[in-house]
Design a protein around this ligand. Structure first.
Ligand code: PLP
Length: 396
């Protein structure tokens, strides 16, 4: 056997459960099975027409070349206006970096800020890319629990106890993937003030779902808290809010010298985000917002419906989500672990869902179900989950 050609660091990166289960589900479909996809986190809506048209026009006008690595100035101006309007964060184009999707902002934050041995406080369960990028850069992942008994919000006392002189970064994801719960304004303020007053740590504030809050409350950005703008790297993007996952467009807002480092990372990796995606993004941000409202209301209806339907099933308990498009029920009382539950649910009942533990240890006993699917499919999935759970009880 030849030695592996791969550098050791590659083994530090981890994949994403969603892509793994999607591949398994697709393989079953190829065998003729009918599968309902509740594993993947992307809106099942078309990108709004006005945004599509802006991109067509840009391409027809030949705006298809490289742009500045940091992003087009006009796109960054539109982002600055948007941040003020929707987040009360005052910023300017020098503090904004546009990237292909928001994921590079996570990667670059770790590459730019984390030295080996630095501690990073990370929501658990949380978006898997956080932990993967922390490990990749030699940082130490410190779990900040999101527990059902706290409505999946971080506990301020726990946060205070985790902060120390080695803490370089705290990640807050509001609203949260995978729980579908937001951090209330009051709680967020408490958390951010603790970080401000008890440490020198920076915050990666991932706000990618902040327009998908069902009761239209606004999420508080840590960048809007007094004294914290320069200690925040605000992450947002177009994938979820505007159903633009494949356009690959996101951005970060941060102090200008960190933005300069991110731009250098862009030069050395992506070059720039796609020019026509950046031009379409201006229309997304400044144009009509009715489609965002429509999508948010649809996700709200489906998520609340599914959580209630799951609560009718003996052995499943589900807190009603208030944001994003995820439902995060506990299957603990069914007596089989969440990994086995998800695996058998796919193979025996044809519903693709994710094991909560693929989002970290404290996600155990839970499933993540995405409601980015039609109401009809969600209703059929709920019926299949009920029948599958009943079949487990019949065999106990
Ligand atoms: N942050 C969170 C919490 C997410 O769930 C996602 C996507 O699933 C991202 C960031 C990255 O989004 P994208 O790179 O598609 O813009």
């Amino acid at each position: 056997m030849q030695d592996s050609p791969l550098a050791q660091r590659i083994s530090l990166l981890q994949g994403e459960g969603a892509y793994k289960v999607l591949a398994q589900a697709t393989a079953l479909e190829a065998q003729g099975r009918n599968i309902i996809h509740l594993e993947i986190g992307q809106p099942n809506f078309h990108t709004p027409l006005n945004i599509q048209q802006a991109a067509f026009q840009a391409i027809a006008a030949g705006k298809t070349g490289y742009t500045a690595a940091q992003g087009l100035l006009e796109t960054r101006q539109a982002i600055a206006e948007y941040c003020w309007k929707y987040k009360q964060v005052k910023t300017n184009p020098d503090e904004i970096v546009v990237t292909p999707g928001a994921k590079p902002i996570i990667f670059y934050t770790m590459l730019a800020l984390i030295n080996p041995g630095d501690e990073v406080i990370c929501p658990n369960p949380g978006f898997p890319t956080y932990a993967s990028c922390i490990h990749f850069t030699g940082g130490k992942e410190v779990a900040l629990k999101l527990l059902v008994e706290n409505s999946f919000q971080p506990d301020p006392d726990e946060l205070r106890s985790l902060l120390n002189e080695k803490t370089k970064l705290v990640i807050l994801n509001n609203p949260s993937n995978p729980t579908g719960h937001m951090i209330s304004k009051e709680r967020m303020l408490q958390l951010v003030e603790i970080i401000r007053d008890h440490s020198k740590a920076y915050i990666l504030c991932d706000e990618i779902y902040d327009r998908l809050i069902f009761d239209q409350t606004q999420a508080l950005s840590s960048a809007a808290v007094a004294g914290m703008k320069d200690r925040t790297i605000l992450l947002d993007g177009f994938s979820k809010t505007y159903a633009m996952t494949g356009w690959r467009l996101g951005y970060g807002v941060m102090q200008a010298d960190i933005a300069a480092a991110f731009s250098t990372l862009m030069v050395n990796s992506n070059g720039c985000a796609a020019s026509f995606s950046q031009i379409a993004a201006i229309e997304a941000l400044r144009g009509p917002q009715e489609s965002v409202t429509m999508m948010r209301d649809a996700f709200a209806e489906r998520s609340v419906w599914l959580a209630k339907a799951l609560n009718q099933i003996d052995g499943i308990e589900c807190q009603i989500p208030n944001s994003a498009f995820y439902v995060f029920p506990s299957v603990k009382k069914t007596g089989i672990g969440s990994a086995e539950f998800a695996d058998r649910l796919l193979k025996e009942a044809g519903v693709a869902a994710l094991d909560g533990e693929s989002f970290g240890f404290y996600g155990k006993d839970h499933l993540r179900l995405s409601t980015a699917n039609s109401m009809e499919n969600i209703q059929e999935a709920a019926a299949r989950i009920a029948a599958f759970t009943a079949s487990l009880q019949a065999t106990v």
